[in-house]
Design a protein around this ligand. Sequence first.
Ligand code: HEM
Length: 389
Amino acid sequence: MATPTISLDRPDPYQPPQSHLQLQSDAPISWVRLPDGRQLWVLTRHEDVRTMLGDKRFSSDRRDPRHPSHTPYMGPDHRPQLIEMDPPDHTELRRSVVGEFTVARLAAWRPRIQEIVDEAIDALLAGPREVDLVEALSLPVPSKVISELLGVPYVDHDFFQENSADFSRADTTQEEKAAAVGNLKTYINGLVDEKAKSPGDDLLSRQLAAGGDPEAVRGLGFLLLIAGHETTANMISLSVATLLDKREHLAALRDNPSITLGAVEELLRYFTIAEIGAGRLALEDVEIAGTLIRAGEGVIGLTNTANRDASVFPAPDEIDFTRMARNHLAFGFGPHQCLGQNLARLELEIVLATLLRRVPSLRLAVPFEEIPFKVQGPNYGVHELKVAW
Ligand code: HEM
């Protein structure tokens, strides 16, 4: 049989890419060809993806060109970030920072995040009655929150937004990505040097004060800026677009704001935006559900189809805010499970609750089908979301 090819095309914006769904139904563990010609294993079922992501014999170190997430534009002197490390280095660095992102620790940030969201909505209400929500709310809120958490002055915010957009957009060349990465790294390096001289009350200063190697702190700062920005923005935009399109869900949320957390969790499951995020390289021969994956072969766990696995999530294509499916894989699984997930949940909860309360007449300014969706990865989302009120 010919090796199947997978693409990210999706005829229905509410469904994962067609080729991913096809594999899940026809051949849930498959050796496939990516559009760029590389061949690797693709896992599509919830149990198999979880098993793979929880097994340390599958490596996150992307320096090997056989790794599915190998990123040549990072440059030869690139030092692996947390997300690209294997144990024991990963375990040690993660342990040093995980305390910053616990639910209890983030609770102290709730009033400040609420203020940031209110300020963005004040500005939105003061302007014309039709805006691009991505620009007005979805990008600035996570960007400002992560800037403050790290101790980055907000005056540099436009610089971050532009460079992280260039880094994550599918239509930028390898050279443009390299330039954006270089700009962000240079900025963070300078910032960490400044914090070493005059520490503040922020994450980077605390990492340095706890004896963190400045090089590792620079890497962590860079990763947190990148990882927490566009992902959360995409989830905000997709969630709002869905609520404005499927008005019955909007009504349910308005009638009963106490289900907001359940709504956030369900929308995370439903869209699973990091669609090709969970790439690994097998370090040893490993068997998954009877299939032998050999050392040196790449594997992608498709969390988007895993989160539509009917054996785990009954009626998986239905949006159900009362499902409370915390076992979804939208934040990955295992040692690399998203460090910022509690922050992302908090931001999404505050944004949705505040927007619905303060802008009750909010509506889509274009038909849902005409929204420009980000279909070519690495994260699903929308380029622009025109809304009016
Ligand atoms: C809705 C928003 C978000 C989504 C869907 C998301 C998704 C993910 C996923 C799937 C992974 C695992 C990648 C892998 O297994 O290789 C991950 C890791 C990570 N995320 Fe997020 N993320 C989000 C928001 C954030 C935020 C707000 C931050 C930080 C402030 C953040 C920081 C990180 C970091 C540092 C890692 C690497 C953890 C490690 O390697 O130990 N993320 N994220």
